[in-house]
Write a protein that binds this ligand. Structure first.
Ligand code: PXL
Length: 279
């Protein structure tokens, strides 16, 4: 069994970050070690959320793991609260990752052309330095634009996406995967660039006309979980994109859907079925 360390916040209620990553990675068959960076009552789209920063716990927790001799096959980072925390996480990566560790970074901080309420441009630039030490990064177009000083566009073509991907690997990431990429009317998916071979890869499926919070975390968790099962990059983005789309579709059709997240729990059996068949 592979062991993955995931570093992100716990939004106690809200179906994002660790409350999504942990169940999905477990369902995909991985031992999942969590390092919570903060505890929030809910994610930051709720009014009046509470936050307890846990930055001062990162060192003692990881020092204990080090002393116990733990190693990780992958380190997956998501939403991080502050620039200082990003620096701490870079240290943890340099302490625990060797050439066999998959370092997977989702610089979760923005969407639809805007940074989340807690962040500014300096934070985005700091996240770019974390992306620079990653094997795989999975920003959306907004996050990529902020990190690379590129104009954010709602309407774009393949050349714009390719230029963003080239700037992202220019940050130092070995492979960049842009999420939420729509290359034709009614389609959406992901497009990536392998910096070593210069090869682009792409997957487009039907765009479900609905948007919910936490779907970026769902894509990332499934993508890294699939990669860690030894599936190819192409298979992994296809499985992650299809699962995310299916989950959005199921949520859209649920009359009692919560506004703050998707019904990813309902589609886990299908996900497991699909990856089991690929064994
Ligand atoms: O889904 C990304 C995310 C994770 N964690 C917290 C968030 C968000 C997005 O808003 O607020 C606390």
């Amino acid at each position: 069994m592979k062991r993955i360390l995931t570093i992100q916040d716990i939004s106690c209620l809200g179906k994002c970050s660790l409350t999504v990553a942990l169940p999905l990675l477990s369902a995909l068959g991985h031992e999942t070690v969590i390092l919570p960076t903060a505890v929030l009552s809910t994610h930051t789209m709720f009014e009046g959320f509470t936050v307890k920063d846990l930055s001062d716990q990162l060192r003692p927790i990881t020092a204990h793991w080090k002393q116990q001799g733990f190693k990780f096959d992958a380190i997956y980072t998501g939403y991080l609260g502050t620039e200082e925390e990003i620096e701490e996480v870079k240290k943890i990566i340099s302490d625990f990752a060797d050439e066999n560790t998959l370092v997977f970074v989702d610089p979760a901080m923005a969407d639809n052309g805007k940074l989340y309420p807690a962040f500014d441009l300096a934070y985005a630039k700091r996240n770019a330095t974390l992306c620079g030490i990653a094997d795989v990064i999975v920003p959306n177009i907004t996050e990529a634009a902020f990190m690379t000083d590129t104009e954010y566009r709602e309407e774009y073509d393949e050349e714009y996406v390719k230029a963003l991907l080239n700037k992202l690997v220019g940050l130092g990431a070995k492979t960049a995967i842009l999420t939420g990429v729509s290359l034709s009317e009614g389609k959406t998916g992901a497009m990536g660039l392998d910096s070593k071979t210069g090869e682009y890869f792409v997957y487009q499926n039907k765009k479900i006309p609905a948007a919910y919070h936490g779907t970026g975390d769902i894509f990332s968790s499934v993508c890294v979980g699939a990669l860690l099962r030894g599936l190819s990059r192409q298979q992994s983005i296809e499985i992650a994109a299809d699962y995310t789309a299916k989950t959005i579709d199921v949520t859209r059709n649920n009359p009692d859907k919560p506004w703050y997240g998707v019904d990813f729990e309902a589609t886990i059996p299908e996900l497991v079925d699909r990856v089991e068949k690929l064994k």
